[in-house]
Design a protein around this ligand. Structure first.
Ligand code: 0RA
Length: 789
């Protein structure tokens, strides 16, 4: 028995070690995306419980210590000793690569597909992970550190329900960032609630970092609710949302589920979102092509029967039939095949025909029963066909004038010399005056400048022909060189590797940037998907000290810059050994202290005002609570807290601290300066440190937090802080240095992570509907920073 245990646990370690060595192979990457992927992975496990029919509620909580917990009311992960591994099943599931689904194959009938790497990967990439299981009337707990168990599974207390809670903190040494985003998590949870709505699943997300931030998603009408959400910001063409459900077996006898909902709106685009096993297949695949051909066939059949087409008019194409179409396609398959690992495109051939005939039959019947809806849709398609004709003529006209042809460059473009696309950059600049400065500032070898005058057309509210008539848009298309529109756009012809939008840091600048992004996102989304679009971040401040100037990008940088200046003006003496720290060394220490300062602030914020110093002197407590008199109590472990509770009448709010490792890491670099944690806490002496500013009296300081405060004050004295508004306020040198020099500038890459959400935002913010925009503004008014009017 013990031998099995040993050998299997070694195997386990080797498995998860592979995940830690090559995390990207398992979760895609270690950026924000990979980080959230971990939470989705845990949620997917709970969703699988729901698919199996045992779970109705999932709660996700972003906790104050930066960890996330996912709770479900499923059966609870099994805890009995695994027959061959010799350890509790939960340990196998969490520590063994790909163990997840092998347990109970039936309950994993249609599980997570592309994700599906298993919670063990999440465990491997977590600084710590804690599982709590309610099962068989008992509460089980176990903790892991970086995938290795920190204690045996232990049972305590009693419970009247079943379910699982997995809480984990992402490992800072693996991920580029470990900060979870409420938006990213809640968008995915909303989507999941739409897709799982019919099974009555409720998902709730709470953000403990921000008081009262919580959302609950429950959509009993599933995809119909999803369409209502997508079209809620647009004008529907018909009232009823068309939906269909089909359950069948494929040729091999495996079950296939098809769910579709659709509704036409007054806009000119198609918004079709396709899912396979609850995963958004952004590149479509056989389910999408099956849907398209089934829909085209159904509408053609209907139109012919109803005699709507005129003999001398070109009938609408499939594309025309999809103008203004919002549709969700969700299929569930036992064995989805994807065309490649990263490209999310369904490959199962048999699905195409199954979806096409389901759509043709059921939607055909719907049109027969609702001929008025059918006529409205065919009528819109006929208009689209005519507009397409008109746009083609317009495009030919403009092209004949040379405005769209590649090779013909607009007069106001100051092109660069290099023809190596990957090294070149096109700065799209707001206004002729900033454009002039940018032309002087640039490195003409690889940087091209295109000044645009005033506001470009809002393409969200215009049809194609009007758009092509707009001069600034013609100029932009010409400079990009890709051509434009269905069949003409060719990414290969793009003339620059980076397209950089550079506008003023004011309200007008934001508006122009938004109009440009709307154009690029709606009309040339490939540019965004392939990562060619960037936003330049001109500095917000110029800080002058002793005739030395620094450009500062935002408030946080400003605080850092002031600390650096403070460090240049002060000398720090360590009383114990008379050592002095000054100059660059003090600059380095200042940065470290700033980091400790924010750890201190975050601790106070999160745990009833328990500061860093108190945490360290209090023996690094694990639990904090405040009694009814407002007195704080700390405890090293759960048991000692329980003992204290037993003597209390009420159970006050309890905070569990999981910061030990983060704090140790933050403190560690103090050693580089011959300092340590004891210098943060101090020892009661008022002059453990002495700080001196040139020409002033030396002052004693009790600890490093007090030294930080002196550095701040020294940084703010006699410093001139100027706020930049327009690019025009900078001369060419300053613009180069702050915004265009690749060595010193800040660029933001525009990414397209969630197409449903992006579509939603663009139509709320830029579309014709006023009410959704008003609601959005009211909802977000309090979050505005840096508003400058
Ligand atoms: C394996 C088997 C069973 C349930 C689960 C795993 C399970 C896993 C997770 C992960 C998060 N929540 C979960 N809930 C359940 C079936 C157990 C049985 O037959 O009772």
């Amino acid at each position: 028995m013990s031998q099995t245990y040993d050998s299997s646990s070694i195997q386990v370690l080797e498995g998860l070690e592979a995940v830690r060595k090559r995390p990207a192979m398992y979760i895609g990457d270690t950026s924000v995306r990979g980080l959230h992927h971990c939470v989705f992975e845990v949620i997917d496990n709970s969703v699988d419980e729901a698919l199996a029919g045992y779970c109705t509620e999932i709660l996700v909580t972003i906790r104050r210590d930066g960890s996330v917990s996912v709770t479900d009311d499923g059966r609870g992960i099994p805890v009995d000793v695994h027959p061959t591994e010799g350890v509790p099943a939960v340990e196998v599931i969490l520590c063994k690569l790909h163990a997840g689904g092998k347990f109970d194959k039936d309950s994993y009938k249609v599980s997570g597909g592309l994700h599906g790497v298993g919670v063990s990967c999440v465990n491997a990439l977590a600084e710590w992970l804690e599982v709590e299981i309610h099962r068989d009337a008992k509460i089980y707990r176990q903790t892991f550190k970086r995938g290795v168990k920190a204690n045996e599974l232990e049972a305590s207390g009693t419970t009247d329900h079943t379910g699982t809670t997995i809480t984990f903190k992402a490992d800072e040494t693996i991920f580029e960032t470990v900060e979870f985003s409420f938006e990213i998590l809640s968008n995915r949870m909303r989507e999941m609630a739409f897709l799982m709505g019919r099974s009555g699943l409720t998902l709730t997300i709470t953000d403990e970092r921000k008081e009262g931030r919580s959302e609950t998603f429950c959509y009993p009408n599933g995809l119909v609710d999803f369409i209502e959400f997508v079209n809620g910001t647009k004008e529907p063409l018909h009232n009823e949302i068309i939906s269909l459900e089909a359950r069948m077996d494929d040729a091999a006898g495996a079950p296939v589920e098809i769910d579709i909902a659709l509704q036409y709106n007054g806009a000119y685009r198609e918004d079709i979102y396709a899912f396979v096993n609850n995963i958004n297949t952004t590149e479509g695949g056989t389910h999408l092509s099956g849907f398209r051909s089934g829909l085209t066939r159904a509408l053609n059949t209907f139109a012919k029967k109803a005699n709507i087409f005129k003999p001398n008019e070109t009938p609408p194409s499939g594309e025309d039939f999809r103008e203004g179409l919002a549709a969700i396609i969700s299929v569930k398959l036992a064995d989805p095949q994807f065309e490649s690992q990263t490209k999310i495109k369904l490959g199962n051939r048999e699905v195409e025909g199954l979806v096409a005939s389901a759509v043709h039959d059921k939607i055909g019947t719907f049109f027969e029963e609702n001929p008025n809806v059918g006529k409205t849709i065919v009528g819109k398609a006929l208009l689209a066909a005519r507009a397409r004709e008109a746009a083609r003529r317009q495009r030919d006209l403009v092209r004949r004038k040379g405005a769209l042809a590649s090779g013909n460059l607009p007069g106001k473009l100051a092109d660069c010399q290099s023809k190596l696309r990957d090294e070149t950059e096109l700065y799209v600049v707001e206004g002729d005056s900033a454009g002039g400065t940018a032309k002087m500032a640039r490195d003409r070898h690889y940087q091209a400048i295109l000044p645009l005058r005033g506001k470009i057309l809002n393409v969200e509210k215009a049809r194609l022909d009007k758009m092509l008539n707009h001069e600034e848009i013609q100029v932009l298309i010409q400079a990009l060189g890709t051509g434009f529109g269905e069949g003409d756009f060719d990414l290969e012809k793009l003339r620059y590797g980076k397209i950089i939008i550079m506008t003023d840091a004011d309200v007008d600048g934001s508006h122009i940037r938004t109009l440009l992004l709307t154009f690029l996102f709606r009309q040339m989304p490939e540019l965004v998907r392939q990562g060619h679009v960037y936003i330049a971040a001109p500095p917000l401040y110029k800080v002058t000290h002793k005739r030395k100037q620094r450009y500062v990008i935002d408030e946080r940088e400003l605080r850092r810059a002031l600390l650096t200046i403070g460090a240049e003006r002060l000398t720090l003496t360590v009383s114990a050994d008379g050592r002095t720290i000054a100059g660059e060394e003090l600059g380095g220490l200042a940065k470290l202290l700033a980091r400790l300062g924010s750890v201190d602030a975050r601790l106070r914020d999160s745990y009833a005002d328990l500061g860093l110093s108190e945490y360290l002197t209090g023996g690094r407590p694990r639990f904090v609570t405040v009694d009814e008199t407002g007195t704080r109590h700390t405890f090293p472990d759960r048991a000692s807290m329980q003992t204290w509770f037993d003597g209390e009448r009420i159970e006050p709010r309890v905070y569990e601290i999981h910061e030990d490792e983060a704090i140790t890491n933050a403190c560690e670099p103090l050693a580089l300066f011959g300092l340590g944690e004891q210098d943060i806490t101090g020892d009661g002496r008022a002059d453990r440190f002495v700080v001196q500013m040139d020409g002033q009296e030396p002052a004693g300081q009790a600890d490093l937090m007090a030294v930080l405060e002196s550095l701040r004050q020294a940084g703010e004295a006699d410093v001139d802080i100027q706020r930049y508004k327009g690019l025009g306020e900078m001369n060419a040198d300053q613009l180069w240095e702050s915004t265009m020099n690749p060595e010193t500038r800040t660029l933001h890459l525009v990414k397209l992570e969630d197409e449903v959400e992006a579509d939603h935002l663009f139509s709320v913010l830029m579309g014709p509907g006023v009410e959704p925009r008003r609601a959005f503004i009211e909802r977000h008014a309090l979050e505005v920073r840096n508003l400058d009017i």
